[in-house]
Design a protein around this ligand. Structure first.
Ligand SMILES: Cc1ncc(COP(=O)(O)O)c(C=O)c1O
Length: 399
């Protein structure tokens, strides 16, 4: 239903994402309208029957589909190189729907140890209620993964780069591994975005996003998306149509509009993150800096192979640990203290006391979250201003 307003040429991806749009109404609006309608009128009883029977295409009810949601999904499929997709109310509803919609009681999941805190809660506390078990595999030890595969291992879920440790998984290796063992591979691509990394090109079957992050990019709405192979999306569409975590048309409209500037924004996030990384590397108050495209990253070679650029997130360890970390956060004058990331505004987060506080100390250590770890989601402000704010806060925290 989306009109690819692309003319006769075959445009580049950035152009296609900007020009893909729902056909306009008789008012000839240039920007897509927001279709805030719970349901859609049928022209006749026969049309209602035919649409429910899937003999005729068309919107029925917004829990099943909506023009803004379709436009957003179509653009995400273009960007990720996917056959089909599904948009959901949050990133976590995308993770939950993928797991609950594809797994059966008795199945086993293989997951990289560094997964988002709520994904960890799903695996360890919610799915076991339905007799679905999991094993965590160490990100940096691919040679140990085969021993964790069981006859009932149906699905593998990984995050690369991981939040917040910025550890990477070799997607070429993992795509091959999952194919060999006949396991569905789901990649959480929130940190890289399709501008920097397209997991389906490496053999993933599904890609998941929290649209709340770089896709929205301005900290306004919560949403999620799953894209990938048609037969998996068909199964998941059945699951979500009846379990109900649909994305609001308004948020779909926000995200779809934001995709027009995603490539541009990601370039600037990367420019700023590189400059901040270089600056932090020379700071006397910082003991370790981590950024995928910096030579000090333990998986620098892999990052260069797999990601076009290093992304918008930088982490560092403050010399004085937890206490100096607290003083640093309180001393920031421009950067925001919030639990989000991927915003146009620079955000500083202390994962141990916020996003990953529900993990035990041992669980945090296992995924590289030390008490003094600070995560910076580098925004789109002028890089000199970002660095100046962080520099003055580091100075203040050292007093
Ligand atoms: C890597 C990653 N995956 C999933 C999520 C969950 O997304 P949402 O908050 O939109 O539910 C987040 C949120 O921070 C995330 O960082």
């Amino acid at each position: 239903m989306v009109n690819h307003d692309l003319g006769k040429s075959s445009p580049r991806l950035e152009t296609a994402v900007i020009r893909t749009q729902t056909p306009s109404s008789p008012h000839r609006e240039h920007a897509t309208s927001i279709y805030m309608s719970s349901s859609y009128r049928f022209e006749s009883a026969e049309q209602a029957r035919a649409m429910f029977a899937k003999e005729e295409d068309g919107y029925i009810y917004t829990r099943y589909g909506n023009p803004n949601v379709t436009e957003f999904i179509d653009k995400m499929c273009l960007l990720e190189g996917a056959d089909a997709g599904l948009a959901l109310a949050s990133g976590m509803s995308a993770v939950y729907s993928a797991l609950a919609g594809l797994l059966n009681s008795g199945d086993h999941v293989l997951a990289s140890r560094s997964v988002f805190g709520s994904t960890h809660q799903l695996l360890t506390r919610i799915l076991p209620r339905w007799n679905i078990s999991h094993s965590y595999a160490e990100i940096a030890q691919p040679e140990t993964w085969a021993a964790l595969v069981q006859p009932n291992t149906r699905l593998c879920i990984v995050e690369t780069p991981s939040n917040p440790a910025l550890d990477l998984i070799d997607l070429t290796w993992l795509g091959e591994f999952c194919r060999t063992h006949n396991i569905i591979l789901i990649v959480d691509n929130v940190f890289a975005t399709p501008i920097l990394q397209r997991p389906l090109d490496f053999g993933a079957n599904l890609v998941m996003h929290s649209a709340t992050k770089f896709i929205d990019g301005q900290g306004r709405g919560i949403g999620g998306v799953l894209v990938g192979e048609q037969f998996l999306i068909d199964d998941l569409t059945f699951f979500t149509r009846h379990s109900g975590p649909s994305l609001s048309p308004f948020n779909a409209w926000l995200f779809s509009k934001s995709l027009e500037t995603l490539a541009l924004r990601i370039e600037r996030h990367c420019d700023n993150a590189e400059k901040l990384t270089d600056w932090l590397t020379n700071s006397s108050q910082v003991t370790a800096v981590k950024y995928p495209h910096h030579p000090s990253h333990p998986q620098y070679e892999l990052a260069l192979r797999q990601m076009k650029r290093g992304g918008g997130i930088v982490t560092f360890e403050i010399k004085g640990g937890l206490e100096q970390g607290r003083r640093f956060l309180d001393a920031l004058q421009m950067s925001s203290l919030t639990a989000n990331l991927g915003d146009s505004r620079t955000i500083a987060t202390h994962p141990a006391s916020t996003t990953h506080s529900s993990l035990t100390e041992a669980e945090r250590q296992a995924v590289g979250i030390t008490p003094g770890l600070v995560r910076i989601s580098v925004g789109l402000e002028h890089s000199d201003d970002i660095i100046a704010d962080i520099a003055q806060a580091l100075d203040e925290s050292a007093r």
